[in-house]
Design a protein around this ligand. Structure first.
Ligand code: SF4
Length: 220
C-alpha cells in the first residue's frame, strides 16, 4: 500500500537526490550571470528540441558575441545562424532571435519586460519558454512544464494529463505556489537521471513509497 503523495516531502527528497547531477540548463545559465529576461528567453529558444549538453554551449557561444538586444540586432540572421548552428531548427530560430532583438529595441527601449503577454507575442515563444523566463529572470511564480515535468508528475499520480500543456494547468491548480519555479529545476535532472523515460530507477528512487508508478511497466 502506497502512502498518500506528500509534495513537501517529495521536494525535499528530490532536491537531495539531484544534487550530484548537472543543473537544468536555464538555471545553470542564470547562475553564471545570464539571468536577464532577454538572455533567458533567447537561451530557452535555443534549447527547444535540443539536448542541454548541446544547447548550453551554443547559448554561451552566442552570448560571447552578443548578449543584449542591441548587439544581437546588429548581427545578421546568417551570423546568428552560424553561431547557433548546433541547435535543432537553428535556421528558423536565428530568424526568430533576430526579430525578437529588433522588436525589444524598437518597442521596449532595449529592455525585455517581464510580461507574459509580451513574451508570448514573439514568434517561437510558447508557454514553456515564457514561463521559464518569468520564473527564473523575473522571479514571478510561473510553472514551466517540459517533457520531464510532465512525465514525472503523471507517474507519481499527482496529475493525470495527456500533454505538457494540460499538466501545466493541472499543476497550477494543485501545486503550492512556493514550488512553481522550482518544480522545473528539480524535475528536469530527476527525469533525466532517475525517473528516466525508459527503465526508471524505481528501486532506488527516494519517492517510491508514495509514487503510484502510473504507466511504468519495467523499471530498474
Ligand atoms: S518510483 Fe519510479 S516512477 Fe516513481 S518517481 Fe521514482 S523513478 Fe519515477
Amino acid at each position: 500500500m502506497k502512502k498518500a503523495f506528500d509534495i513537501e516531502r517529495a521536494v525535499k527528497l528530490i532536491s537531495k537526490a539531484v544534487q550530484p547531477y548537472p543543473k537544468a540548463a536555464m538555471f545553470e545559465l542564470a547562475e553564471d550571470g545570464f539571468n536577464s529576461p532577454f538572455e533567458q528567453l533567447i537561451a530557452c529558444i535555443i534549447s527547444i528540441r535540443t539536448y542541454d549538453e548541446v544547447s548550453l554551449p551554443t547559448a554561451r557561444k552566442l552570448f560571447a558575441q552578443a548578449r543584449t538586444p542591441y548587439k544581437i540586432s546588429k548581427l545578421t540572421v546568417k551570423e546568428i545562424d552560424s553561431l547557433i548552428g548546433t541547435s535543432t531548427f537553428h535556421e528558423r530560430k536565428a530568424i526568430q532571435i533576430h526579430e525578437i532583438a529588433k522588436r525589444v529595441l524598437a518597442e521596449y527601449d532595449g529592455e525585455l519586460p517581464c510580461d507574459s503577454e509580451i513574451l508570448l507575442s514573439f514568434s517561437g515563444v510558447g508557454p514553456k519558454c515564457a514561463n521559464l523566463t518569468l520564473g527564473i529572470a523575473c522571479g514571478q511564480p510561473y510553472i514551466s512544464v517540459d517533457i520531464h515535468v510532465h512525465r514525472v508528475t503523471n507517474r507519481w499520480g499527482y496529475v493525470k494529463t495527456s500533454t505538457p500543456e494540460k499538466t501545466m494547468v493541472a499543476l497550477e491548480a494543485k501545486l503550492p505556489r512556493e514550488h512553481w519555479i522550482d518544480i522545473n529545476r528539480l524535475l528536469v535532472p530527476f527525469g533525466k537521471h532517475i525517473c528516466t523515460g525508459t527503465l526508471p530507477k524505481c528501486s532506488t528512487c527516494p519517492v517510491l513509497d508514495m509514487c503510484q508508478q502510473v504507466g511504468v511497466t519495467k523499471h530498474r
